[in-house]
Structure formats: structure tokens, C-alpha cells
Design a protein around this ligand. Structure first.
Ligand code: FAD
Length: 316
């Protein structure tokens, strides 16, 4: 079987889990696509996973109430061994990349990190990933009774629900006492949807002019649309916005239903991070800007004039 470890937050299945299901199906590896849900009070999360997976294994335990690398690695390796998984798929989030190598060590398995594409070549698993600041796309291959792979968030489309949900099974775990304890957690207070979860993203580029305009126009429109906020590298390098918002080869890869680019030229490094969005809308004063080559809807004009009118229209 292919074992995927679900990512979830705030009682909801993360979009990255749906993306991992697509990665597993596209990999050409055989066997049921199985999602493992670790946590406490995860019934709803397991139901959401069952909508897209052939089967769901649920470990609903107080010990798993909070993410802990040691516990996640032990649980994943144990279930992979018991289920004779030949492929273990883990999210390329910070925590996923923390515990995935530990799973590989426990299983004595090769580990492929941050895959943007997966394929089978005979008995081997082949992955593509960016390297050298995303200047190079590298193809790597690993073979063995079991291979562990982490998947770059946003690189695969989220899986659509199956006609019939997969079966759910409770699993027992023999967990070690963790040596590292999470003693506190504070949640950033933001009403804005995370970039990797957003159905709609509004991104600002250098053409927006300055940080104040970015807040006014990009955040203003995003708030009206309930959208996530993205930025180009030029804007991040200029210190207008945090790196967490950067979209592109060296930033986040996203695939929202709608991507609105304001004052973004559409450099190839930016396009590689958002080019798979379902609808791309661009506003740029230069009719020759490369962003218009990928845009489904384009407005040639000044963001300073057009965006206030859009915000006003969205308000109505
Ligand atoms: P610009 O290219 O300066 O474009 C600004 C645009 O705004 C122009 O098209 C202009 O016509 C328009 N404009 C100006 N004024 C207005 C106005 N008033 N109204 C409307 N439009 C206006 N870039 C990324 O974004 N993400 C990455 O991850 C990334 N990784 C990179 C990795 C490497 C190795 C390298 C070499 C580069 C990378 N870049 C990345 C940088 C990329 O090449 C571009 O420099 C960058 O995307 C340009 O950002 P921009 O579109 O905001 O700015």
C-alpha cells in the first residue's frame, strides 16, 4: 500500500493532504492509497480523508494531541511496517520535513525530499525536485522494499472526492515516551487564509509601488475576496513583505482556483510557482508584460486606478 500521513490543523484536513493523494495516484505505485490520521479528536478529519482515499487508518489518542516529531515518526514507521507499505508519503511542511527522515531511518529506507513530480520506473520511485535555489530541476530515483518521500506543498492539484468514501479503521500504536516535549504554542492571530490553503490569492508585485499601496490594494482586495496574500520576490527582497508570502520557484508553489496578479511582470521564476492556478487574472500597465501570456483575464492599466474600483465593486 501507499501510506500517506495526513496533515491537519484546527480540526480540518489540510489541502496538502489532498495534494499528497494526487501525488500518490500519479506516482504509478500500486496498491490502495491509504491515509493515516494521527491526532486526538480527529473523527471529522478522518471523514474528510476518507472522501478521497481508498482507506483511512485512524490513531485517535491523547498522546497525539500535539504534533511531536518523535511520536509522528514512531507511529508512521510502525503502521508502514504492519501494513507493508512500499511508499510512505509525508507533507513537505516544516514538521513533515522534520520527521520524514526519522521515518526513513526507522524503516531503513531511502528518502526523497520535496518532490514536485512522482513517477514509477520499474520497481523504483522517481521524483523531481528543485535544487540550487530552484535554478535546476533534478530527477532522483530510489529503490527498495519501502521508499519515503516528502511532497512540496502546492506542487500537485488537490484530489477530488471519490464516488464512494474509503473504509476507516482504528489502529493501535505502541508509542515511545518522547524526549522532546512541546510546552507551549501561540497561534498567530490572523483572519486571513493561509497561502497554501487559499482558493483565491491576490498577489502584489513591484508595480504596486510601495508597501503602503500593497496594504491598501493587495490586502484590501484580498480581504474583500476572503483571499490569501502573495508577493513576488522583488517585493520580498525590497522588504515590503515577509518571505512567507513569496510565490515562485524560491517561494511557495500554489494552485488556487483564482490567482489575481497586481503589478506583477510574470517572470518565469514567478510563473513556476503559480502557473497551474485554474484562472489567472492580471492587472499591469504594460500590455507586453509576460503575465498576460498566461492570464485568462487581463486588464491593461494602472493598479492605482483599477484596484480601488474593484475593491469598491467587491464591497457592494
Ligand atoms: P518587476 O519585474 O519589476 O515587474 C513589475 C511590473 O509591474 C511590470 O510588469 C510593470 O509593467 C508593472 N507596473 C509598474 N507600475 C504599474 C502600475 N502602476 N500599474 C500596473 N502595473 C504596473 N520571483 C518571484 O516572484 N518568486 C520567486 O520565487 C523567484 N525566485 C527566483 C529565483 C531565482 C534563482 C532568480 C534568478 C529570480 C527569482 N525571482 C523570483 C525573481 C524574478 O526573476 C523577478 O525578478 C520577479 O518575479 C519580478 O517581480 P515583480 O513582477 O514584482 O517586479
Amino acid at each position: 500500500m501507499i501510506l500517506i500521513v495526513a496533515e491537519h490543523a484546527g480540526g480540518k484536513l489540510a489541502k496538502s493532504t489532498l495534494e499528497m493523494v494526487t501525488a500518490a495516484r500519479e506516482s504509478g505505485r500500486e496498491g490502495p492509497v491509504t491515509v493515516l490520521v494521527l491526532g486526538q479528536g480527529v473523527a471529522e478529519i478522518a471523514n474528510a480523508a476518507a472522501a478521497v482515499a481508498d482507506q483511512v487508518l485512524v490513531a485517535d489518542l491523547p498522546a497525539l494531541a500535539t504534533y511531536n516529531a518523535e511520536l509522528w515518526a514512531a507511529a508512521t514507521a510502525q503502521i508502514a511496517q504492519e501494513g507493508e507499505a512500499h511508499t510512505v508519503v509525508i507533507g513537505g511542511s516544516r514538521s513533515g520535513r522534520e520527521y520524514a527522515p526519522r521515518v526513513a531511518v526507522r524503516l531503513d529506507a531511502p528518502y526523497l525530499e520535496d518532490a514536485i513530480h512522482l513517477a514509477s520506473t520499474g520497481t523504483a520511485l522517481q521524483a523531481q525536485r528543485y535544487t540550487y535555489l530552484a535554478r535546476v530541476t533534478e530527477t532522483v530515483e530510489a529503490e527498495g522494499p519501502v521508499v519515503v518521500v516528502s511532497v512540496k506543498p502546492g506542487a500537485f492539484a488537490p484530489a477530488a472526492p471519490l464516488a464512494a468514501p474509503g473504509e476507516q479503521y482504528d489502529v493501535e500504536l505502541d508509542l515511545p515516551a518522547p524526549r522532546v516535549e512541546v510546552t507551549g504554542r501561540s497561534l498567530e492571530k490572523t483572519s486571513r487564509v493561509a497561502l497554501t490553503e487559499a482558493d483565491v490569492i491576490v498577489t502584489g508585485g513591484r508595480g504596486v509601488g510601495n508597501p503602503e499601496n500593497f496594504s491598501r490594494y493587495v490586502e484590501g482586495l484580498a480581504d474583500r475576496l476572503g483571499a490569501g496574500v502573495g508577493a513576488t520576490r522583488a517585493v520580498v527582497d525590497a522588504g515590503w513583505r515577509p518571505y512567507a508570502e513569496q510565490v515562485g520557484q524560491t517561494g511557495k508553489t500554489v494552485q488556487p482556483k483564482a490567482y489575481v496578479a497586481l503589478g506583477v511582470s510574470g517572470a518565469v521564476q514567478h510563473l513556476s510557482g503559480m502557473g497551474k492556478s485554474r484562472y489567472i487574472v492580471a492587472i499591469n500597465k504594460d500590455a507586453e508584460a509576460p503575465i498576460f501570456k498566461v492570464a485568462d483575464y487581463g486588464i491593461v492599466g494602472d493598479v492605482n486606478q483599477i484596484v480601488p474600483a474593484l475593491i469598491e465593486a467587491a464591497r457592494k
